[in-house]
Design a protein around this ligand. Sequence first.
Ligand code: ASP
Length: 329
Amino acid sequence: MKRQLKTLLLACAVACGVVNGAANAQAPAFPDKPIVLVVPFAAGGPTDVVARMIAIPMGKSLGQTVLVENTVGAGGTIAATRVARAAPNGHTIFIHHMGMATAPALYKKLSFDPLKDFEYIGQVVDVPMTMLARKDFPANNFAELQTYIKANKEKVSLANAGLGAVSHLCGLLFMTAMETDLNTIPYKGTGPAMNDLLGGQVDLLCDQTTQTVPLIKEARVKVYGVTTLKRLSALPNVPTLDEQGLKGFEVKVWHGMYAPKDTPAAVIDKINVALRAALQDPMVKQRLADLSSDVPPMDKITPAGLKTHLEAEIKKWGPVIRKAGIYAD
Ligand code: ASP
């Protein structure tokens, strides 16, 4: 009996010691190893370009390398699921565009909830889009494109980066405005879609200026218009789709940075400081300006700024998508 009591007391002492020890232990310093920044589309595309642009200065601020990982497929939802299930310690973070707001309405079965499964770090950048064709596509300007599509719609292919990608949404808006229905071809990002446009395997693509400005300037693709209501300083000679007759045609792609739910507030704060510093880095600012992409105001590069915007965008896109009857099983 005495022996049993002694064993029990010993066990308790060990257990209590462990508990006390854990309570007294210092929270591990963050970051204590490289940080993985998950990009939901293929390498070389616009989201990847933005991620790689900010990864280096963010890494400098954080004192650890920020590694970009491309987890592709299903319009960005595979990557979002991966991040939602990652350890909430700040070593896995996520950059995604407005697909985070359209996914709940587009996907019947979604294995993450944009409003419940993440912590918000801040908005990142706002990027216009351009409507392009392969270099040898027969239509040389927007008027010719309209005529060509009217006569040949069954022959025309339109690439996108999958359901929920902004190239998909831009393509849908474009087809609605043009009152046509083209053959849409999904890719795992507009990086590979652009490779096929450059190689002549697909005809049309709507894509962000973070990928398209240099290709337009080098005349490696044909451009029919920009998706903003005003012309872009990076492409002053390219008319807007709006001014050419597609009244009100406007798509500007916002991006946000996220971490898994329950990532500690102090960690989110450190990452937010690094994100803000990266977006104020003179080289990053200049590169983004050269691509007519805007750094959001500082009050948007905050957890609250992103959360409020995401909530509003989910409310905005839900009814539009449901009305259009587009969804994935
Ligand atoms: N531009 C793509 C989209 O359409 C994504 C990407 O490849 O960055 O959503």
